[in-house]
Design a protein around this ligand. Structure first.
Ligand code: MAN
Length: 528
């Protein structure tokens, strides 16, 4: 036993049979051999006699006699290795020390292999050591960022609260002044509409009087009746208000009614007026556009004009009020007090209307009292809007930092630095991209959004596998997902990308964040 132990320590197998596993050296001591499974015993000479006696093949470690036996390659300077005994003396060199073949048929290349493997292992260790150093920096950065986030959250939350209080206050004030302004506006609008309706009526009357006057021109002999000849003559005259065809039709029909003629003339006068108004309105609009002063204006249908219509407008109390310069009109009549959306809608409407030549519009002014209420409201609204936009900004800022804070960047915040970065790998077919804590994609197709950490094969480390799920749907397959196995590496890099099952992707991702402290150099040597 002592000899055997000594042999093991010296790395030799001087006293155990060829191909025997040093771990089972005790089987081959004494004069009797006991099969490894304890089933039978034989004299020691039965060992390696090229005849298989034990069911477990343990009596023939150094021959190919047992189909289930194993041969131990000592492989000094490299790693001992068990191979199937069927590979013994088959003319192929399996062990690096060549011991599986008789008579020095194979060269011993264990030393080179050992040196090469040791160097490769050393390189990996070195890279892991570098990775671990980087991880330490990641941890520092991650922890600093976390502390900053925590601080930001408390600052932003206080700020958001202050701004919310201010917003609520301004909203209450806006609501308070909105009612009176709206009411005053409506009253003013109703009064204006009333005045305008009256003006329209008056306009009609004027048209009628003008038509009666025109009748005098037709009735040349002034006998109070319109004859067919008088009517036809009038129709032919250059300044006739009636088209000749209509006049001729009337004469032909034999019904020359004075009232009908007055109506016809009145209609013509009215049409002409309206045409002129439309033209004027168009011109005015063009002028405004040219002046490039786009403003929201109160708009109402234009009343029938009278001589003063261009110069005068009427206040709520029916008093004429001075027409103010255009710049003063920036009041929104119907949509008083509502959101920016309404403002945009109104502007859109204005835009649409500019395509349409028909409508006649006019600006509206209010009496000073109403104007004052509107101004108070407008001021309250703009203060509210300004507070709202500040509060919205603070809220967004708080939500953003909270969202970031809810992400799990590892036990020591070591994965934090990966947030906001993306890594790519191109294989023969696709370009894969991983943006940690965000998403994974294949040629731009979403193959998973950040979901959670999962334990890796060791079942212990909580931060081994990143799961990205709920990607784009896959035809006749599951919704796309990516599993990312994080391994230690000196830098961040997708090492491989594959699709083990349809639309289920797998990356191996090297990152310093996954590195742990490397065993010291001496241990590396001991292992080899
Ligand atoms: C595309 C790729 C593949 C996927 C098939 C499924 O070709 O996204 O990875 O397997 O779609 O139809």
């Amino acid at each position: 036993m002592l000899v055997l132990l000594l042999a093991l320590l010296l790395g030799t197998v001087c006293c155990i049979p060829r191909g025997a596993d040093p771990k089972k050296a005790n089987l081959y001591t004494g004069s009797q051999f006991h099969c490894g499974d304890g089933s039978q015993s034989f004299p020691m000479e039965y060992v390696n006699d090229d005849y298989c006696d034990c069911n477990d093949g343990s009596d023939e470690p150094g021959t190919a006699a047992c189909s289930n036996g194993s041969f131990y390659c000592v492989n000094k300077h490299f790693k001992g290795q068990l191979i199937s005994s069927s590979r013994v003396d088959d003319g192929i060199c399996d062990c690096c020390d060549g011991s599986d073949e008789m008579g020095g048929q194979c060269s011993n290349n264990c030393k080179e292999l050992g040196t090469h493997t040791a160097e490769a292992a050393k390189k990996i260790r070195r890279e892991q050591a570098i990775g671990f150093q980087t991880r330490l920096a990641y941890v520092t950065d991650g922890k600093t960022a976390k502390a900053r986030r925590d601080q930001d959250i408390s600052v932003f939350a206080t700020e958001e609260e202050t701004l919310r209080a201010e917003l609520e206050e301004r909203q209450a004030y806006k609501e308070q002044v909105e009612g009176p302004a709206k009411e005053a506006k409506e009253t003013a609008k109703a009064a204006l509409e009333k005045v305008e309706a009256e003006k329209r009526e008056a306009g009609k009357e004027k048209n009628r009087a003008a038509a009666e006057l025109e009748l005098g021109r037709i009735d040349k002999d002034n006998n109070g009746e319109i004859s067919a000849d008088e009517l036809l003559d009038y129709g032919k005259s250059e300044d006739s208000l009636l088209p000749y065809e209509e006049v001729a039709e009337m004469v032909e029909g034999g019904e020359i009614e004075t009232a009908t003629i007055v109506d016809m003339i009145q209609t013509q006068i009215q049409n002409k007026r309206e045409e002129q108004e439309r033209f004027d309105a168009e011109e005015k609009k063009k002028e405004e556009k040219r002046a490039k002063k786009p403003r929201l204006r109160d708009i109402v249908p234009t009343p029938a004009p009278d001589e003063n219509s261009d110069e005068e407008l009427w206040g709520e109390d029916g008093k004429i009020i001075e027409k103010a310069p255009l710049d003063e009109f920036d009041v929104d009549l119907d949509d008083l007090g509502d959101s920016e959306d309404d403002y945009e809608e109104m502007e859109d409407e204005e835009e649409d209307e500019s395509q349409d030549p028909a409508p006649i519009r006019n600006t509206v002014e209010y009496d000073p009292e109403t104007q004052k209420l509107i101004e108070v409201f407008n001021e309250a609204e703009s203060l509210y809007n300004e507070a709202k936009s500040r509060h919205d900004g603070a809220k967004r800022q708080l939500e953003d930092v909270q969202k970031l804070s809810n992400l799990d960047f590892g036990s020591d915040e070591e994965f934090f630095v990966l947030k906001g970065q993306c890594f790519e790998l191109r294989d023969d077919q696709y370009k894969y991209k991983l943006c940690p804590f965000d998403r994974s994609d294949q040629d731009g197709t979403n193959i998973g959004k950040w979901d959670s950490w999962e334990k890796g094969a060791d079942g212990v480390n909580k931060y081994n596998v990143m799961m990205y799920t709920k990607g784009n749907s896959c035809w006749q397959g599951p919704q796309r997902s990516t599993r990312v196995d994080a391994m230690c590496g000196p830098e961040n890099q997708i090492m491989s990308a594959s699709e083990p099952a349809k639309c289920e992707y797998a990356y191996v991702f090297a990152t310093p964040a996954a590195c742990t402290k490397v065993q010291d150099e001496d241990e590396i040597h001991d292992e080899l």
